[in-house]
Design a protein around this ligand. Structure first.
Ligand code: ASP
Length: 418
């Protein structure tokens, strides 16, 4: 069995959905399971729906109607005069969403979020299956919530591998072309859960792992994995092959093409992961598999923008030693600061953090009680894997001022002022 994952951009409108069908025809759809995300920016739109429910409930119906209209337009373009049964299904799902809000009593934001935001994937897969069937493809719909079993850590649920594996094996049997949802699952009470934003790649890997798939392919709007994000770096090249180990390193340092959680299950069963273009499906794309670290062996550039550099020193010029460091890390963990880079010297300790949860001010109050703190916000952290002299110079040229630099044998990291 092969697993294909189509993300939001690949199903953003009717022509894109038609393109999915043509990709399937080109590369074959026998024994294929496809995992699909919500259409276009629907997940963001549903997040806005949840916000509206919480803060401006009088506008809830209007925003949900916009979502319905967006999907019905796509249905119209795909099925024209044969659209009636699918229109009914889409309306049915929208009604279910409205009913959920009407009767919901839970004050748990994350719970409400998962029950609502999951409708993006339910709508997209419902539409895609009916379209594929209408053009003669033998597609069947599978509810991922019956397969992907998780705990109830809503919005970032953790997988129950054992149950999931046996459910998938029991439910995926025989059908030629199965369409299921990325990103969503359910807890032991069968409430819907989600696996975290951008979680559909992970869903594809979970199905791939459970089924011992031949391969998992992520179809994207880029030719494959490049050695740098072309929006930030010039003259990027396509990587033909990346080892699991190297791909995990790249994902760790922030390469956004591959969702970090996706790789581990695939590596465990040595299932190759292909990243290919849905615009030019004849291209080979990138293979992440056992084998060569990197082919071609070139420096890989990664940028993390909008980071915060903290420089701490003791108030009395005493050394920064183990207990200070452990104290600093406890605070970073308490305020949910992801640590990107550390460097220490006798009396100072520098750390680059990602202020994802906007808790910097709270952290600074605690830190300033014990240390002298210098804060530089909005810095860029560049990482170069397999750097050489030219790569080093290139990366330094991306900013006016180098605030910090660190290297190991394979990895150079440079913090530049913006
Ligand atoms: N639809 C979800 C999101 O936008 C999951 C995914 O696309 O991977 O985050």
């Amino acid at each position: 069995m092969r697993i294909f994952k189509f993300g939001g951009a690949s199903v953003k409108d009717a022509p894109s959905v038609k393109n999915v069908a043509s990709v399937l025809k080109k590369v074959g759809y026998e024994d294929v399971l496809i995992i699909v995300s919500a259409m276009g920016k629907t997940t963001n739109a549903l997040e806005a729906v949840v916000e509206t429910y919480q803060n401006k409930p009088e506008q809830l119906k209007t925003v949900i109607q916009e979502l319905e209209a967006f999907h019905l337009d796509i249905v119209e373009d795909l099925l024209g005069e044969n659209k009636a049964p699918l229109v009914e299904k889409v309306r049915g799902l929208i009604q279910e969403l409205l009913t959920f809000f009407e009767y919901n009593k839970s004050p748990n934001y994350s719970f409400v979020y998962d029950q609502a935001v999951s409708f993006g994937e339910l709508l997209s897969t419902t539409i895609i299956v009916d379209y594929l069937v209408s053009i003669g493809l033998p597609a069947t719909w599978l509810d991922a919530r019956q397969c992907i079993k998780t705990d109830n850590y809503y919005r970032d649920a953790n997988l129950d591998w054992e149950t999931t594996q046996s459910k998938i094996k029991a439910l995926v049997n025989g059908a030629k072309l199965i369409v299921s949802q990325g990103f969503i699952g359910s807890d032991s009470n069968n409430f819907t859960t989600t696996l975290g934003r951008e979680g559909s790649d992970y869903s594809a890997a979970i199905f791939g792992y459970a089924l011992g798939a031949e391969s998992v392919t992520i179809w994207k709007d880029v030719p494959g994995v490049l050695n740098g994000d072309p929006r930030h770096f010039e003259n990027t090249v396509l990587l033909n092959q990346i080892s699991y180990r190297e791909a995990i390193e790249l994902a760790f340092y922030g390469a956004s093409v591959i969702h970090p959680k996706t790789l581990q299950p695939l590596q465990r069963k040595e299932i190759p992961l292909y990243v290919r273009s849905f615009i030019a499906p004849e291209g080979k794309g990138t293979a992440v598999s056992k084998g060569q670290t990197l082919d071609p062996y070139v420096p890989c550039f990664i940028i993390k923008k909008d980071q915060v550099l903290l420089k701490l020193s003791s108030l009395d010029f005493s050394f920064i030693v183990e207990d200070n460091i452990s104290d600093i890390f406890a605070l970073l963990s308490r305020f949910q600061m992801r640590v990107e880079l550390i460097q220490n010297s006798a009396i100072s300790f520098s750390v680059v953090v990602n202020n994802k949860y906007n808790r910097l001010e709270e952290l600074l109050v605690e830190l300033r009680a014990k240390y002298k703190v210098t804060v530089t916000e909005d810095v860029n952290l560049f990482t170069v894997r397999h750097f050489d002299q030219a790569a080093k110079e290139k990366v330094r040229s991306y900013g006016e001022k180098i605030l910090l630099e660190q290297r190991t044998r394979e990895t150079l990291q440079v913090v530049l002022a913006n």
